[in-house]
Write a protein that binds this ligand. Structure first.
Ligand SMILES: [Zn+2]
Length: 379
């Protein structure tokens, strides 16, 4: 058994990629460019940071030293995490990166650049970046993270080592929740089904996070036929502020946390590069987290009507919300599968609205009114 760097312990179900990176570190054969590709939510970015920690930390990625903490936060002077500034990663951002690439490392002998959503590089940006990959400066390593490798230039792919990250089988997620986190079996099965293969989500659910909101939403879905429009609007208001308030607090806390990046910057251009990448990252991350949470709310509603539909169709073993199967069975007796499908279509419309940047609260409200229309005729 190979003793893995502690940094990799937080990554789940990617043994092959991790073993490979681990051996590369052991052999001192760090490539100048990697592509980490695979579906969203399977640990690509987490592995990228773990890899950098395993190399830069004096204790191979202990997770709690000054280096590890700064790598985690993105404030390390020699380890940058770049996200697209907008819809695409443009030429200006690549030029900035190229400028930083030419400067010597501040603290050690290596520099890392993790580029998330690397597929969003514009053609112009990708061609500029290719020049850097063709003549890689010593000690610099790029990690290009993408969930859509087919959208990347073949010329870039051919100059990097490619690691594939696989979706994690539900049985593995459930086993992990039980063995490593001591979650009981029913709770683990439920979290795995509801988390639909995204390990982070299943872990959070397994620990009970998000379970309160889920309960609240399933109760709302069950009560839909009897709610008046005022009840409905105040429920939506409650859900929205339950999402936005904690995010606003986390955002303020993050701002404080990143102040220390100024201490390690070597020049004002270096300081402003770090500050800018952090700001772009925070902006994107919090917008994504908000959208994701609204999408989770939609998925919970969807799972309720989907469960009613499969029960009405005589396949109750496909029910996701195992803890509510009795209530779902009762509902399925007087809601037809056509009506359930109507409600699921309302979810799909709301999802499209949110993706088109419609205010999520409004999209949610519209969805519930639509559902009531479908649902009401059954009462
Ligand atoms: Zn460390």
């Amino acid at each position: 058994v190979v003793q893995l760097s502690p940094a990799f312990r937080g990554v789940v179900g990617q043994g092959r990629s991790i073993g490979w990176l681990h051996r590369a570190i052991g052999a001192g054969a760090i490539a100048h460019a990697y592509i980490f590709e695979g579906p969203a939510g399977v640990g690509k970015h987490t592995t990228a940071k773990a890899f950098v920690k395993a190399i830069m930390c004096k204790a191979s990625g202990c997770g709690h030293c000054h280096d590890c903490i700064r790598i985690e936060r993105g404030t390390h002077a020699d380890a940058f995490q770049i996200v697209p500034d907008g819809v695409t990663l443009g030429i200006e951002q690549i030029r900035e990166i190229q400028h930083q690439v030419m400067l010597k490392p501040v603290e050690g002998s290596r520099k890392f650049f993790i580029l998330d959503e690397a597929e969003s590089m514009t053609t112009q940006a990708a061609n500029a970046f290719l020049k850097t990959l063709e003549e890689p400066p010593p000690g610099v390593t790029f990690i290009l993270v993408t969930s859509n490798v087919h959208a990347m230039l073949p010329t870039i792919l051919s100059r990097a080592q490619r690691l594939s990250f696989n979706p994690i089988p539900p049985a593995d997620v459930s086993a992990l929740l039980q063995q490593r986190f001591g979650v009981d079996r029913d709770q683990a099965e439920l979290a795995t089904r509801v988390g639909s293969g995204v390990v982070g989500k299943a872990l959070a659910l397994g620990r009970g996070e998000g379970m309160e909101r889920r309960k609240e939403i399933l109760a709302l879905a069950a009560d839909l036929p009897v709610l008046d429009s005022l009840d409905l609007m105040s429920s939506v208001e409650g859900i929205a502020s339950g999402i936005k308030k904690p995010l606003a607090e986390a955002k303020a806390a993050r701002k404080k946390e990143t102040q220390d990046s100024r201490e390690t910057a070597v020049s004002s251009s270096h300081a402003s590069f770090i500050a800018r990448t952090l700001e772009q990252r925070a902006k994107r991350e919090f917008a994504q987290r908000e959208r994701q949470q609204f999408e989770d709310v939609l998925s919970t509603f969807e799972s309720w009507f989907r469960d009613i539909m499969v029960t009405a169709e005589g396949v109750p073993e496909l029910v996701m919300n195992l803890d509510r199967s009795e209530e779902i069975r009762r509902r399925s007796e007087y809601l037809t599968s056509e009506q359930a499908v109507g409600c699921i279509e309302a979810v799909e419309r709301a999802r499209r609205m949110i993706r088109r940047n419609v205010n999520p609260q409004l999209a949610l409200e519209a969805m519930l009114f639509d559902m009531q229309e479908c649902d009401k005729c059954s009462v």
